[in-house]
Ligand binder design. Structure first.
Ligand code: ZN
Length: 98
């Protein structure tokens, strides 16, 4: 284990979730994935706990952005669905009164 890495994990804090864990359980994680031009430099490597490392898996930042987008879309569609329901119920009321 390199001295600088030993120093980085000494606190046992995960860079992502800030959870405290055993230094030996922290793994090296690239801030900017190698697939996206990241380097295995000290500046680009952060300690990551097993949970964060596994949840991230082999996904890239791009995948994460897609997921965020999907969440955004599903959130928007929920809102518009509520709007439609309001319109529908109003239309039904008009129909009923008329
Ligand atoms: Zn973590």
């Amino acid at each position: 284990m390199s001295p600088w890495w030993k120093k980085k994990v000494a606190g046992g804090i995960c860079f992502h979730c800030k959870a405290k864990t055993k230094p030996s359980l922290l793994t090296m994680d690239h801030l900017l994935p190698l697939a996206r031009g990241g380097k295995s430099s000290k500046d680009n490597i952060v300690p990551s706990c097993l949970a964060c490392n596994q949840s991230k898996g082999l996904r890239t930042d791009q995948d994460q952005r897609l997921e965020d987008l999907f969440q955004l879309i599903s959130g928007e569609s929920q809102t518009s669905f509520q709007g439609d329901t309001e319109v529908n119920s109003k239309a039904r009321t008009d129909e009923f009164q008329g």
